[in-house]
Design a protein. Structure first.
Length: 171
């Protein structure tokens, strides 16, 4: 994951949501936004980006590819290494898969809040405020398709872990 996401960063692909954080950056190929929208003007004013009304401007975004490279690659590797590494007691078959699904699903679910969801899908569940634009993070209750898949991974991981634990205690 790490090298793939670093490649996405270098290529300016899979960028994050609009952000005013100091480490946010402008991706030249990211979609621009019309200053006819109040939220675009508010962010542009906050960041002191000059604009004219009706103009399309490119706003800074979270470097979500770097978040993914660090957390889905490096951090998850060390987490799994400490959980799965050989010890005196042998782990039941399927333990590694279970922890991978739980760990990856959890990390990716959180990172999805910083990543721009697929524009043609938007939010699958939009219970929160601000579901009118997917460019900004506005509520933890706005859930993307990627987060739905992450929840499925977590549930499968927990189920596999319960099954492997049950089978290992039976023997």
């Amino acid at each position: 994951y790490t090298f793939g996401r670093l490649g996405n960063f270098i290529n300016g692909e899979l960028f994050g949501r609009v952000s005013t954080k100091p480490w946010a950056m402008v991706f030249p190929d990211a979609p621009s936004f019309s200053t006819n929208y109040e939220w675009v003007r508010r962010i542009a004013d906050e960041l002191k980006i000059p604009y004219e009304l009706g103009q399309y401007i490119n706003l800074p975004r979270h470097p979500s590819q770097l978040y993914e490279a660090l957390f889905e690659g490096v951090l998850l590797f060390f987490f799994l290494w400490f959980i799965i590494r050989p010890k005196r007691r042998e782990k039941p078959a399927g333990t590694g898969l279970a922890w991978y699904l739980i760990g990856y699903g959890t990390v990716r679910f959180v990172i999805e809040y910083f990543r721009s969801p697929d524009e043609h899908l938007g939010y699958i569940i939009a219970w929160g405020r601000g579901s009118d634009t997917i460019a900004l993070f506005q509520s933890v209750f706005n859930i993307s398709m990627g987060q739905i898949f992450c929840l499925i991974m977590i549930v499968l991981g927990v189920a596999i872990r319960l099954i492997t634990h049950y089978r290992s205690t039976k023997q």
